[in-house]
Design a protein around this ligand. Structure first.
Ligand code: SF4
Length: 699
């Protein structure tokens, strides 16, 4: 007999994974999501990748937290023997009143004895703008310090630092969709096929329409098949290669002299800095022939319009800010910014890392990047929030871990982040988490970080709440609730408010729209984007000054938002990686992500289809290297660094350079961040995830 059609309800929302911000439609039956399809959103035109289409069933995984948990007395903190499926050995169930009293009470006790700077909070780039805003407001007004950060520190902090310094704005200048308007697309240190798949599909479409793609990356990734130029440079030599391109542009008379004269300053500093960086001098350093460097410089600078996209391969270095400074200088020197099809686009990773940063989930700035050490900005927020605020910028993610081990930070509230997997040098990070006197974790699952918690608060997934999210294009979009959180799990906005009340704040927001209304008052950039407008239009791009303003997709046509209105060239030095290969650790380890898995894997490894596609930890290396080790594909290899070791399955990848290995950071059973180094970029404090020395042996 024919199966009976199941009646479904359709809910329009946005994808919970990457920063592309694909609009999607959930089909819901009996309180469960049964199917997801793409909508005709401005960022996806109906397309979805494998994560957006199939990665939704984690929300009903049997390990989902459905009740608050409190650590049993005497049970040591840590991952030794920790099993999310057997949580009752570590935690006991509690009702919300008890759990919230313990969670907030522990933090308040530390604050009252040791002061607000003894506390810190990590918010989430996966939550809504409203959640990010309320969380940073809670830390700043309830804890009384600026020790609030999130995973932007681990992803584009260096890009944002360089962009703010150079052009006065940390967001993208042009949307991904501008690949249709451009002539030349540069992708550097990014693997969009894997990490921004729908954006990659627009890039490939642009190539088919005749655009020139230039790929620059230590790995020859899938996008290379579509590129006219592939610059597979030595990892860690980005600045050498980019300074050589700048040298060639100056040397060959390709500078847009009028743009430089009218719109920029400090060009002579740049010229002096790259004087010794000719392509001929830098070719042996970066491994790219001088003739290729010169040709690429001509193609980029000579194009009618050219765009630069970059990712973590640029930003996650001790010279990440310097890398981004070079990219900014390339665009400025060539006049490739301020028009459609030009500009600078740091591809944002998480669905709301742009919005969470905009909303102030950063230790040195309030919402809209207003500095906490600027007395005028602080006065504005003191008036809006009605309390005195700490004038000292707070600590960043990795700095907080160090401060815990120095005894300076004693308590933390972590919402939706998993530093026990995502921080570099995990033994150090996990030791820090274990040393906390009081840790509150709010999440969907008993994550690796929850193994160190005193109180665990069961939170809501994206599909279980309504809120605004800002994609990589600066586009604010509305995500709508499709299903209810399971059991006693609660919406994050409710939990944050309950915590705030117990920390002495009289908050009473009626819902996400009420929080968003306050956010608009705090952020002039979104003043024209009313909640009702988002309900009607689904997506509006900021800056948007009034409700009649359509929003601006392309920025900097007339001036830059700097004090002088001009952009600034900032020279970049050749700074080596913190740890180079040597006789003991002769390989270079690069880390990143896989198409099917998302970040630390807490969601995608609990999504049936995605986990079936990539079920076990994999390390990739060049097939000749694999053969030289006497191993075949699928063999077990051991990776060892000065900080830790792991065993994973070997997979050949001819796209890697010899002597390099690559691994994703989503596998708890082989956590690659046990190996990575916690050296930081001095400007943006971003760790060097993209380079450290390891040894590779048969396991
Ligand atoms: Fe989701 Fe990104 Fe895939 Fe789009 S490209 S469906 S936003 S993960």
């Amino acid at each position: 007999a024919a199966a009976q059609a199941v009646a479904t309800r359709a809910v329009d929302s946005v994808c919970p994974y990457c920063g592309v911000g694909c609009q999607l439609r959930y089909h819901v039956a009996d309180g469960r999501i049964v199917r997801v399809e793409g909508r005709d959103g401005p960022a996806n035109h109906g397309r979805l990748c494998v994560k957006g289409r199939f990665g939704f069933d984690y929300v009903r995984h049997p390990e989902r937290l459905t009740v608050p948990l409190v650590r049993r007395p005497g049970v040591p903190k840590g991952l030794d023997g920790f099993d999310p499926a057997a949580a009752q050995r570590v935690f006991r169930e509690a009702d919300w009143d008890e759990a919230l009293a313990l969670a907030a009470g522990g933090l308040a006790a530390i604050r009252d004895v040791h002061g607000g700077r003894a506390l810190a909070g990590f918010g989430s780039a996966k939550g809504s703008n409203e959640e990010a805003y309320l969380f940073q407001k809670l830390v700043r007004t309830g804890f009384g310090s600026n020790n609030v950060d999130h995973c932007t520190r681990l992803c584009h902090a260096s890009s944002v630092a360089a962009l703010l310094e150079g052009i006065g704005s940390g967001a993208v200048s042009n949307p991904v969709a501008d690949v249709a308007e451009t002539e030349v697309i540069v992708v550097i240190g990014a693997n969009p096929t894997v990490n921004h798949p729908v954006a990659a599909s627009f890039m490939k479409q642009a190539v088919r329409a005749g655009k020139t793609l230039i790929l620059m990356d230590p790995r020859r990734t899938e996008l290379a098949r579509h590129a006219r130029y592939v610059l597979q440079f030595r990892p860690d030599t980005d600045v050498a290669m980019l300074n050589a391109l700048l040298h060639a542009i100056i040397d060959e008379g390709l500078v847009d002299a009028r743009f430089v004269a009218e719109r920029t300053e400090d060009f002579e500093r740049l010229r002096a800095n790259v004087a010794g960086c000719s392509p001929e001098a830098m070719a042996p350093v970066c491994g790219i022939p001088a003739a290729t460097l010169r040709e690429v410089a001509r193609v980029y600078a000579g194009a009618r319009a050219a765009m630069i996209f970059w990712g973590m391969g640029v930003s996650q270095h001790v010279h990440g800010t310097d890398n981004a400074r070079c990219l900014i200088a390339l665009a400025l020197a060539s006049g490739q910014i301020g028009r459609p099809g030009t500009g600078l686009h740091p591809l944002r990773g998480q669905n709301n890392v742009q919005g969470a940063s905009d909303a102030g989930l950063i230790p040195m700035v309030f919402p809209d990047y207003q500095r906490v050490d600027d007395p005028a900005a602080r006065a504005r927020f003191e008036a809006l929030w009605g309390v005195p605020l700490d004038p000292q910028p707070g600590l960043t993610v990795v700095e907080i871990m160090h401060a815990i081990l120095r005894g300076e930070i004693r308590g933390m509230y972590i919402l939706g982040e998993n530093p026990a997997m995502s921080d570099p040098n995990l033994h150090h990070a996990r030791a820090a988490l274990a040393a906390l006197e009081h840790l509150v974790v709010q999440d969907l699952f008993l994550t690796e970080t929850a193994a160190f918690a005193d109180v665990v608060l069961p939170a809501s997934a994206c599909a279980e709440k309504t809120g605004t999210f800002t994609n990589t294009d600066r586009r604010v979009q509305l995500g709508r609730q499709a299903i209810d959180p399971p059991g006693q799990a609660r919406q994050d906005l409710w939990i944050i408010q309950q915590m705030a009340r117990r920390l002495g704040l009289a908050w009473d927001y009626a819902g996400p729209a009420a929080v968003y209304a306050e956010l608009r008052r705090a952020m002039p950039s979104i003043a024209g984007i009313a909640w009702e407008r988002l309900e009607r239009e689904h997506a509006v791009t900021y800056p948007c000054a009034s409700e009649a303003d359509p929003g601006r997709a392309v920025l900097f046509g007339e001036r830059f938002p700097t004090a002088s209105g001009r952009a600034r060239f900032v020279p970049a030095r050749l700074l080596p990686a913190a740890e180079r290969p040597d006789a003991d650790y002769p390989w270079v380890l690069l880390t990143g992500r896989q198409l099917e898995h998302w970040h630390t894997g807490s969601m995608t490894r609990r999504a049936r289809v995605l986990d079936a596609l990539e079920p076990v930890p994999v390390v990739t290396l060049h097939p000749v290297d694999l053969a030289a080790l006497g191993l075949a594909a699928g063999a077990r290899v051991r990776l060892t660094s000065r900080r830790g070791e792991l065993v994973a399955q070997a997979r050949p990848d001819p796209g890697l350079r010899r002597g390099e290995v690559f691994m994703a950071f989503c596998y708890v059973e082989a956590a690659v961040n046990l190996l990575t180094i916690d050296a930081l970029d001095p400007y943006a404090k971003i760790p060097e995830f993209k380079y450290c020395a390891v040894r590779v042996d048969a396991a």
